[in-house]
Design a protein around this ligand. Structure first.
Ligand code: SAM
Length: 326
């Protein structure tokens, strides 16, 4: 079976799979009014997730990130991990979570086959955390990170969306935290999704500024592996932790794209900022549809563009990242 490759010779080893749109946090930059339930939506079932993962794995995908919405809100989240991890060819199963369930469940997730975990922590100040996320759960989330390290994860990745005037003064505090903790702290540049021009203009900080500061103070850039995510990663001999920078507005961000996304409703998205999704759901109902599903994936990939058009202010049809998995 041929590998997933686009017209620009990019190969796709990494699938980001959203398993729900529902989220229980109200992050200012994502779902400021909270998730609005829509009774008509039914998210991918465990069987559909199994078929989808088998199709991707047979075409070279070796890493799957389970995301959302908040993936751990799914009652069958542990079984989802198990199903993906048991798929031949899948070597790495990661998740991105707001961490609210980690303290209680992370050991089960690890036993089920989870190999990497990203937790979103936008501030180390509990009040600022509450202000940004709409939830007063800082201590719970931090306890979850400790539990993950105790459960045997050798490193936890932490996602922090940098925002001017809110958390951008916390760099030293974050550095102090990772000095003696095996945390890869990933600063994500605020992205403009849907209707958030004012918030974006007020709070966007360029990741390049942090990069300059890191390079001035002895941090060194690591080389990327073929199935690594989009972060530029830096290490420092005096620090146990690492820093990752995710800068979607940087030149060449798309050149190393190795990711495809499938939404919780079973649509393939070729780019986070693409305008449309290719429906896969009709080919996920029976095991014997595998070949047709793979043919559709191959055909869709022929359409993947060289780059997103964020610089021109084109944010695609994505109102917020929760709808197709950030
Ligand atoms: N609920 C999970 C979580 O909180 O991590 C997973 C989904 S969330 C959409 C995934 C990541 O996208 C989070 O780290 C979040 O901070 C990030 N994100 C969401 N909207 C964003 C935006 N407009 N700009 C940058 N990052 C964003």
């Amino acid at each position: 079976m041929s590998e997933l490759q686009d017209a620009f010779a990019r190969k796709f080893y990494y699938l980001r799979l959203s398993v729900t749109d529902v989220c229980n946090f109200k992050c200012q930059y994502c779902l400021p009014d909270g998730y609005r339930p829509d009774g008509r939506k039914s998210f991918l079932t465990l069987d559909e997730i199994g078929r989808l993962t088998r199709a991707f794995a047979a075409m070279g995908t070796n890493k799957v990130r389970i995301t959302g919405g908040e993936p751990s809100l799914r009652k069958d989240f542990t079984q989802i991990i198990e199903t993906v991890a048991a798929t031949p060819g899948i070597r790495k199963v990661a998740t991105t979570t707001n961490g609210y369930r980690m303290a209680k469940q992370v050991a089960d997730w690890r036993r089920a086959g989870l190999s990497a975990i990203n937790v979103s922590v936008d501030s180390l100040d509990p009040r600022m955390f509450h202000q940004i996320t709409g939830e007063n759960r800082f201590h719970e989330v931090m306890a979850g990170i400790d539990a993950a390290l105790v459960a045997g994860f050798s490193q936890v990745k932490v996602n922090t969306v940098l925002m001017r005037g809110l958390n951008d003064g916390e760099l030293d505090r974050f550095l102090g935290w990772i000095k003696h903790h095996p945390i890869q702290l990933r600063f994500i540049e605020l992205m403009q999704t849907g209707e958030m021009d004012e918030l974006f203009n007020r709070h966007h900080v360029r990741g390049a500024l942090i990069k300059e500061q890191l390079l001035r103070t002895g941090w060194q850039q690591k080389v990327r592996a073929h199935n690594d995510g989009p972060a530029e990663v830096f290490w420092h001999p005096d620090y146990q932790g690492e820093i990752g920078l995710i800068m979607p507005y940087a030149k060449d961000f798309c050149a190393s794209c190795n990711r495809l996304r499938v939404s919780s409703l079973g649509k393939l998205h070729l780019c986070l900022f693409g305008d449309y999704g290719v429906d896969l759901r009709d080919l996920l109902t029976e095991d014997n549809q595998l070949a047709s599903l793979q043919a559709r994936l191959r055909e869709a990939l022929a359409d993947k563009k060289a780059s997103h058009f964020l610089h021109q202010g084109n944010t695609g049809l994505t109102p917020h990242l929760a709808s197709i998995g950030g």
